[in-house]
Design a protein around this ligand. Structure first.
Ligand code: S3P
Length: 447
C-alpha cells in the first residue's frame, strides 16, 4: 500500500500575517549552551520540531534538567558540563544536532554512542571528526565516518582549524570542543557562515574574539571560559519563512507577512536573491531581539525573472536553494545556482531531488555536480504543469518546496513522507492553509 502523502493544488490569493516557527539553528544552540552552562537558562520561542526535541532529550541524557514550561517556553538547568549518558544518543534526522553535540561532548571524559535515522546515518561525520581528532578525541564508527559512532572525549588540546568547506556546524563543533580544551580553540573561515554560536557564547558570558584577516574570519575562543545561564528569545526561522514568502510571490493576488523574522545578514541570501529576481518584498519594524536583528517581511505576488546566483552567497542561503528553485520555475528566463555542492550532503541529495521533482512537474532543469539551473516557464499565462507525485527521501525541505510549487501549478503536486515536515516546521500545513493554500491528503495527480 502506498504511504499517505500530501497534495497541493492551484490556490486563490494567499493573504495574511503569520509568525514563522523559531529558528532551528538558534534553538539547538540554546539547549546545548544551556546544558553546558552553570545555572538556569530560560528559552522563549523554541522551535518544537522533531530535530530540536531530539537535542532537548540528548541534553537530558548528558545530565541537564530540561523542562517544557509552555508553548515554545523551555527551561534548562545546566550542570556546567556533561555527564556520561546511560544509553545511545539518537539525534533523529538532525545533522546540526549530532555534529554540535559531538563537539561539545568531546571536551569531557566520557564515552557516548550516537546514532540517527536512515538519512543521518548516511551523512558524513568526517568533517567534524577530523578536527576533533586533531584536538585529541577518539572514536570508532562505520566506514566513511558514518553513524552509529562511539566517541571517547577528554584530554583535548588547542587547535587552530581552517575550515576546508564553509560549514557553521563544523565551526561550532570545534568551538564547543574548545570550551573544554587546554588552550581553547581557533577557527579560520575563508567564507563567513552563520555566526549564532559565536553570538550566543557571548550571551552566556564567554569571551569570543572575531577578527577579519585578509578576507577570512578568525574566531578565537581563549581557554578557561565559564558559561552562565541566561535568557534567550528565539527569532523566526528564515529557512522556514521562505516557504510562505515564496508561495505568495508565485501565487497571483497574494500578500503575506511573516512577523519576527531573523534578519542576521549571514542568513538573508534568499531575500537578496529574490529581490534581484524582481520580488516585491518589504521589511518593516526592524528591531533587536536578544542580540539578533529581526523584522516583519511582506511578500506580494511578483513577476520574477531569472538570475545568476553568485556562488559566494551559498553559505547565507544553503537551506533555501530548494525553494529558490521553485521560485525560479515561475520566473522568466534561466536561474543558475552554482557552487552549491554542499546541497548534496544535506538531509538528502537536494540537487538531485530538486532536479527530479522539477522535471517531473514539466520544468526545464540542468543538473551538474555542483550546480543547478532552472529554466523558468513564466510567460504570460503559461504555468508550471505540475501533476507529479514527488519522491522526497524523507527530506522536509524537498517536501515543502514541492507543495509550494503545487499552489501555482496547473495540476496538483503531491509528496510522499509528509510526516518528515515536522522535523523543522511542525505547523506548516495549518499555517499555509490558514493563508488560503489548498493542501490536503493525497489525491491522485492528473490522469
Ligand atoms: C546549520 C548549518 C548549515 C545548515 C544547517 C544548519 C547550523 O549546515 O545547512 O541546516 O545550524 O549550523 P552546514 O554547517 O553543514 O553548512
Amino acid at each position: 500500500m502506498a504511504a499517505q502523502g500530501l497534495s497541493a493544488r492551484r490556490s486563490g490569493p494567499l493573504k495574511g500575517r503569520v509568525r514563522a516557527p523559531g529558528d532551528k539553528s538558534i534553538s539547538h544552540r540554546a539547549l546545548l549552551l544551556g546544558a553546558l552552562a552553570e545555572g538556569s537558562t530560560e528559552i522563549e520561542g523554541l522551535l518544537e520540531g522533531e530535530d530540536v526535541k531530539r537535542t532537548a532529550a540528548a541534553m537530558a541524557a548528558f545530565g541537564a534538567t530540561v523542562e517544557r514550561l509552555g508553548e515554545g517556553r523551555w527551561r534548562v538547568e545546566g550542570r556546567g558540563g556533561f555527564a556520561e549518558p546511560a544509553d545511545v544518543v539518537d539525534c533523529g534526522n538532525a545533522g546540526t544536532g549530532v555534529r554540535l553535540i559531538m563537539g561539545a561532548a568531546a571536551g569531557f571524559e566520557l564515552a557516548v554512542t550516537f546514532t540517527g535515522d536512515q538519512s543521518l546515518r548516511g551523512r558524513p561525520m568526517n568533517r567534524v571528526l577530523k578536527p576533533l581528532g586533531e584536538m585529541g578525541a577518539r572514536w570508532i564508527c562505520r566506514s566513511g565516518g558514518r553513524l552509529p559512532l562511539t566517541l571517547q572525549g577528554g584530554g583535548l588540546k588547542r587547535i587552530a582549524y581552517r575550515l576546508p568547506e564553509p560549514s557553521a556546524q563544523v565551526k561550532s563543533a570545534v568551538l564547543l570542543a574548545g570550551l573544554h580544551a587546554e588552550g581553547g580553540a581557533e577557527v579560520i573561515e575563508p567564507e563567513a557562515t552563520r555566526d549564532h554560536t559565536e553570538r550566543m557564547l557571548r550571551g552566556f558570558g564567554a569571551d569570543v574574539q572575531v577578527t577579519d584577516e585578509a578576507g577570512a574570519r578568525r574566531i578565537v575562543l581563549p581557554p578557561g571560559q565559564q558559561l552562565r545561564g541566561t535568557s534567550i528569545h528565539v527569532p523566526g526561522d528564515p529557512s522556514s519563512a521562505a516557504f510562505p514568502l515564496v508561495a505568495a510571490l508565485i501565487t497571483p493576488g497574494s500578500e503575506v507577512t511573516v512577523e519576527g523574522l531573523l534578519l542576521n545578514p549571514l542568513r538573508t541570501g534568499l531575500l537578496e536573491t529574490l529581490r534581484e529576481m524582481g520580488a516585491d518584498l518589504t521589511v518593516a519594524n526592524v528591531r533587536d531581539e536578544g542580540g539578533e536583528s529581526v523584522g516583519d517581511v511582506t511578500a506580494r505576488h511578483s513577476q520574477l525573472k531569472g538570475v545568476e546566483v553568485p556562488p559566494e552567497r551559498a553559505p547565507s542561503m544553503i537551506d533555501e536553494y530548494p525553494i529558490l528553485a521553485v521560485a525560479a520555475a515561475f520566473a522568466e528566463g534561466r536561474t543558475a545556482m552554482r557552487g552549491i555542492g554542499e546541497m548534496r550532503v544535506k538531509e538528502s541529495d537536494r540537487i538531485a531531488l530538486m532536479a527530479a521533482g522539477l522535471a517531473a512537474c514539466g520544468v526545464g532543469v540542468e543538473e551538474e555536480p555542483e550546480a543547478l539551473t532552472v529554466v523558468g516557464s513564466a510567460r504570460g499565462n503559461h504555468p508550471v504543469a505540475g501533476g507529479a507525485r514527488v519522491v522526497t527521501h524523507g527530506d522536509h525541505r524537498i517536501a515543502m518546496s514541492h507543495l509550494v510549487m503545487g499552489l501555482a501549478s496547473d495540476q496538483p503536486v503531491s509528496v510522499d513522507e509528509p510526516g518528515m515536515i515536522a522535523t523543522s516546521f511542525p505547523g506548516f500545513v495549518s499555517l499555509m492553509t490558514g493563508l488560503g493554500a489548498e493542501i490536503d491528503e493525497d489525491r491522485p495527480a492528473a490522469a
